[in-house]
Design a protein around this ligand. Structure first.
Ligand SMILES: NC(=O)c1ccc[n+]([C@@H]2O[C@H](COP(=O)([O-])OP(=O)(O)OC[C@H]3O[C@@H](n4cnc5c(N)ncnc54)[C@H](OP(=O)(O)O)[C@@H]3O)[C@@H](O)[C@H]2O)c1
Length: 282
């Protein structure tokens, strides 16, 4: 039987961000379970739950009395079927299993989705009040998952993350270092968040007394790709790519995501922009 008042947290999809979050919670003395197929990769102190979320009904030793859940499962491939499996089917199955096992009402369920739910592509600002009008299957499936959570009746929150970077995720830095990064023609905005702020925002929302249903999880500064590449080049000591020699097809200008709601909720960023974040990485 779950101990009265004690936090019992399940992190489903305990990977790059999930492991960072789970480790933090364990260090604070909470009881944490990590669900993934390769459970030997879970951090120390996290109780392993090995298996496929799509087969949640088969998971052995499922914890009783879970109080909070973070769902951060990622798709195996950039294909609609994989997205559907990871975000919709897996979510549905896990909610079903939680319902079966419930010994007390779930206090919170945070679903990690992404800024791909927005269709804006001309460089405009978006926030949680902007109509989500996705341009491709990724955004559509993510919105479907958000609807599954909303309709499930559990106290749910969707955190729409921007591009996650941090230790070990250095593809961009590596390309810049190798002198292979070129500016695309025109302004192309990107929205980012450091791994530690992704985990930090999740932790913040797990314990927020009265969260909203949706938050954008991005840092303070949507930034033009060329500006980021040039800054990174200077940081690692190579010649910055020349905007005059921009290469490749003209890309849509993207969107600028606002983190005002997350900030107003009390979350303070450790890495408020790509500069602080990448400086820590390089
Ligand atoms: N990467 C980005 O820039 C970005 C941007 C916005 C949003 N997001 C979303 O943010 C979340 C966290 O991202 P991340 O970078 O931490 O992802 P990640 O490192 O790929 O971690 C996801 C975890 O999900 C587990 N998983 C995948 N399919 C599973 C299944 N069927 N059953 C059980 N576990 C499964 C994987 O472990 P096993 O393979 O061991 O099962 C992995 O540990 C994801 O939902 C991701 O889609 C990512």
């Amino acid at each position: 039987m779950a101990e009265e008042g004690k936090e019992r947290i399940l992190v489903a999809g305990c990977g790059y961000v999930g492991s960072q979050l789970a480790g933090r919670l364990v260090r604070k003395g909470m009881e944490v379970w990590g669900l993934r197929r390769r459970s030997t990769l879970l951090p120390r102190g996290v109780q392993p739950l090995a298996g496929d979320v799509v087969e949640a009904e088969k998971l052995s030793s499922f914890p009783r009395g879970v109080t909070q859940v973070v769902y951060a499962v990622s798709p195996d491939a950039r294909e609609e079927a994989s997205y559907r499996k990871a975000y919709v089917e897996g979510l549905y199955r896990l909610l079903d299993r939680l319902h079966t096992e419930a010994s007390a009402p779930l206090r919170r369920f945070i679903l990690v989705t992404s800024t791909a739910v927005y269709g804006e592509n001309r460089g405009g600002w978006v926030d949680e009040d902007t109509a989500a009008d996705p341009v491709d299957f990724r955004g559509r499936v993510l919105l479907e998952a958000e609807a599954v959570l909303e309709e499930s009746g559990v106290p749910g929150v969707a955190l729409r993350l921007g591009g996650i970077y941090g230790p070990g995720r250095t593809r961009l830095v590596d390309r810049v270092r190798a002198g292979k990064a070129q500016c695309p023609p025109g302004v192309v905005y990107g929205n980012r968040i450091h791994r530690d702020d992704s985990a930090g925002a999740l932790e913040h929302l797990l314990f927020h007394p009265k969260p909203e249903r949706v938050y954008l999880g991005v840092d303070d500064e949507p930034a033009d790709r060329c500006a980021v590449l040039r800054w990174l080049a200077r940081e690692v000591g190579v010649t910055p790519p020349d905007p005059e020699e921009s290469a490749g097809a003209v890309l849509p200008a993207g969107k600028r995501c606002s983190n005002r709601r997350l900030r107003a909720s009390g979350y303070d960023f450790h890495y408020p922009s790509y500069r602080e974040g990448y400086r820590a990485v390089v």
